[in-house]
Design a protein around this ligand. Sequence first.
Ligand SMILES: CSC[C@H](NC(=O)[C@H](Cc1ccccc1)OC(=O)N1CCC(N)CC1)C(=O)N[C@@H](CC1CCCCC1)[C@@H](O)COc1ccncc1
Length: 330
Amino acid sequence: DTGSAAAVPIDDVDIAYVTPVTIGTPPQTLQLDFDTGSSDLWVFSSHTPASQVRGQEIYSPNKSSTAKLLEGHTWSITYGDGSASRGNVYVDNFTVGGLSVAQQAVQTAQQVSSSFTSETNIDGLLGLGFSTLNTVSPKSQLTFFDNAKASLDSPVFTVDLKAQAAGTYDFGFIDKAKYTGEITYVPVNTNPGYWTFTSSGYAVGSGSFSSQSITGIADTGTSLVYLPTAIVTAYYRQVSGATNSRNYGGYVFPCSSALPTFTFGVGDARFTIPSSYISYSPIAPGSSTCFGGLQSSSGLGINIWGDVALKAAFVVFNGANPPTIGWAKK
Ligand SMILES: CSC[C@H](NC(=O)[C@H](Cc1ccccc1)OC(=O)N1CCC(N)CC1)C(=O)N[C@@H](CC1CCCCC1)[C@@H](O)COc1ccncc1
């Protein structure tokens, strides 16, 4: 089997992307944020208090003839940005872009934090991390990818995110039309459940490439790139007026400032993030102060290659044994 579905930016700065999925019988369509940085599949549902729902599509298990409650199972998750949700668990038919899983664990939200309520374009998350991260108790559940893997032509999914345009998540095949040149594969460390790999170094603008190991996670659910402070300060030293603002929680600079590109290495390959991706967004609508798409990871304890980096490449998440991750230009 294979599947292919669109990844659509939810706003004008690509803060996140959503992908249509169908759940149950008759099919209920929701827009989910596919997240390689977590491993829970959870949705706004008929169990979510009305006060916490603001226009999101909901999944109603009682309207699905194939839904079954997973007795006594609950889940609770907190993300890196402090947002959180928790609830119960059903199993039901689940389809992404023509690829179906019959008994997918679908975690229904009984409580979501305010940031989820205010994010009206996201109806839930579909985790594509390793199933060891799943929070369902007493028995943890498998991700959609792990459930589908055995039936896939090839045990892979690929990510092709675009700036202000619809990209794709493909399952089970690698579409040669989506990239150029060769795919550079590097090992993945599955502890602690993320797609963790080691980049071979970086360069700021047209500066020399600094060869060094930068271990981090490839994370479709994180908007920005978070790297060691030494690298980030070296970058913003080239940006006139840039400051690390405690007030705004990161590096900001005059929107009129010229920004260098940022190049990162994967093995011998080099990927350049255009300046436009790093001039992330005005700190408030109409402001002349902009927030950077490259920020320090010192507060996170983990380096994260989020959407700002993923948009610059075609990425293969290879779920074979052992797993690897492949990066190609596009
Ligand atoms: C650097 S982990 C922070 C990261 N969350 C982000 O990247 C959010 C994403 C977002 C999406 C939609 C609306 C608003 C924000 O966006 C921002 O935080 N920002 C963008 C806007 C910018 N002005 C401020 C910074 C994060 O928790 N991701 C998790 C998934 C994410 C949770 C929130 C909803 C969308 C999906 C996940 O992959 C990584 O989980 C962990 C990472 C590290 N340890 C524990 C968990």
